[in-house]
Write a protein that binds this ligand. Structure first.
Ligand SMILES: [Zn+2]
Ligand SMILES: [Zn+2]
Length: 158
């Protein structure tokens, strides 16, 4: 399975634009209640990247953020556009070296292939997930290194 560099993304109104310059270290679907709330939808999709691989093209100065505690008690800095409210990335691990990029605001999401589903205990009941195909976790994985390993394996030829 090939995972190319995901490319450019931006908020719904176009105020903020950015570019991802590397392949994600991990790409997973999260069904936690926070992801359902922040996405306003059934689940969140996260691309884990180092912050040096995210370049802002437009609107970096107008970006706003909000700090909260994640499911494990770690601080998260949630970045959004003050104009349209699109949530496009979260930072964690002060000083925010690791970013969780939201999949939805990317310009082309057709080639994104997640390797795992996490927080399945709060997934919407209609979802039928192929447990043979994906790494599956009922809550937060104890060690996310297994996700990164699977990602590296699947993007070997990317
Ligand atoms: Zn916007
Ligand atoms: Zn989540």
């Amino acid at each position: 399975m090939t995972i190319n560099r995901p490319g450019d993304g931006g908020c719904q109104c176009g105020n903020i634009r950015y570019r991802l310059t590397a392949k994600p270290q991990m790409l997973y679907v999260c069904h936690c209640s926070d992801c359902q709330k922040q996405s306003g939808s059934a689940f969140g999709m996260s691309l884990i990247m180092q912050s040096r691989h995210v370049e802002f093209i437009e609107g970096a100065e107008s970006m706003r953020s909000w700090d909260t505690r994640g499911e494990e008690g770690d601080m998260q800095r949630c970045h959004f556009c003050p104009n349209c409210g699109t949530r496009f990335m979260h930072g964690s691990n002060i000083p925010w070296q690791s970013l969780s990029i939201k999949a939805g605001p990317l310009d082309d999401t057709r080639n994104l292939q997640p390797t795992a589903h996490i927080w399945l205990q709060s997934a919407q009941s209609w979802l039928a997930i192929d447990r043979e195909r994906y790494l599956c976790f009922e809550s937060e994985p104890e060690d996310k290194a297994v996700l990164a390993k699977q990602q590296a394996h699947e993007s070997d030829h990317g």
